[in-house]
Design a protein around this ligand. Structure first.
Ligand SMILES: [Mn+2]
Length: 195
């Protein structure tokens, strides 16, 4: 059973083509027009063992906002479609990811309800062409698109590049766990019988 999803989304602000395979090998083919964002999405693919193709034509002459937010919306929708009825998956995932002085915790629940909580703050306005305030916009968009609970907590950290990269990698590891199949789970992991 394939858990690969392709989505195309076109607005007056962004044109996005994305393919996500939850059962990939970590191959990223990412072109968003924002170098640091490409670096983050490649890290997400690599460390979650997802295959992720992303092509974006965004209105970067405005700023990076629409491009980053809309990729979050589409990635959330792709996750939601790829997990389907959620039969056999672990549902929960969490990871505490160290990166030198930085330590970021991620916890997720693919419960069908959107919720986003984060304490990530930054001491610079941008890393490369990526506005740091877009980190929380991006993960908020994913949590709503995928209908998941998503918590990100910075436990330690100084360097803004490290903090953002640790968040993307912690999310990747958590999502890999939550979307992973457990042979002991024969139906949906909920006493309600549905997620
Ligand atoms: Mn890096």
């Amino acid at each position: 059973m394939s858990r690969s999803v392709s989505i195309e989304r076109n607005t007056s602000e962004t044109k996005i083509k994305m393919t996500l395979d939850l059962d990939g090998s970590g191959k990223g083919n990412i072109h968003t027009g924002i170098g640091f964002f490409d670096h983050m999405l490649n890290s997400f693919a690599k460390h979650g063992f997802f295959d992720l193709d992303v092509e974006v034509e965004g209105d970067l002459y405005v700023d990076c906002h629409h491009t980053i937010e809309d990729v979050g919306i589409v990635l959330g929708e792709a996750i939601k479609q790829a997990v389907g009825d959620k039969k056999g998956i672990r549902r929960y995932g969490s990871f505490i990811l160290p990166m030198d002085e930085t330590l970021v915790l991620c916890g997720i629940d693919l419960c069908g309800r959107p919720y986003y909580s984060s304490n990530l703050t930054f001491t610079v306005d941008r890393v490369g062409e990526f506005d740091t305030e877009m980190v929380n916009e991006f993960f908020y968009a994913i949590s709503y698109g995928a209908a998941m609970n998503l918590h990100l907590k910075k436990l330690d950290g100084e360097n803004n590049h490290h903090i953002i990269e640790a968040a993307f990698k912690a999310f990747a590891k958590s999502l890999d766990e939550a979307t992973g199949m457990d042979p002991r789970i024969t139906d949906v992991l909920s006493t309600k019988g549905a997620l």
